[in-house]
Design a protein around this ligand. Structure first.
Ligand SMILES: [Zn+2]
Length: 137
């Protein structure tokens, strides 16, 4: 695992955020990542270094952040988990749409792949999360 003191939750959160920013703006930059996560630029730089050392991401100096194959795979998995959980919370539990993002962001790190896969089938293999973003398995 990681040699640095970055929790796996943080890693997962960063990877999902990088994928999200890329889908929205075409690329992910450290400054946008800091804004999106509500973290200082210094904090983001430090965590990014750990992601790079762990072979999950790459970043040229002042350039956009790119993901390695391994990072890409983990980021896609986390995005899938996040969106399935959001839909479950909104559709099945009828939690308000404004609350599902924060709630899913907490749950997604502790739930197993199998449970999310089963949730996905339970929900009838949905194509969109409550915010309209695609659910890609
Ligand atoms: Zn969300």
């Amino acid at each position: 695992m990681l040699n640095f003191c970055v929790r796996s939750e943080t890693v997962e959160e960063y990877l999902r955020a990088i994928l999200y920013l890329r889908s929205k703006h075409g690329l992910a930059r450290a400054s946008e990542l800091a804004k999106y996560l509500g973290i200082s630029k210094a904090g983001v730089s430090e965590s990014l270094r750990s992601l790079c050392s762990a072979g999950l991401a790459r970043q040229e100096k002042y350039g956009p952040i790119s993901l390695t194959t391994k990072g890409e795979r983990l980021a896609s998995k986390m995005t899938f988990k996040h969106r399935v959980i959001e839909l479950f919370l909104a559709k099945t539990l009828r939690l308000s749409k404004s609350k599902v993002h924060a709630e899913a962001s907490r749950i997604e790190h502790s739930v197993s792949d199998e449970t999310v896969r089963r949730l996905y089938f339970f929900l009838g293999k949905p194509r969109r999360d409550p915010h309209g973003s695609p659910i890609v398995r």
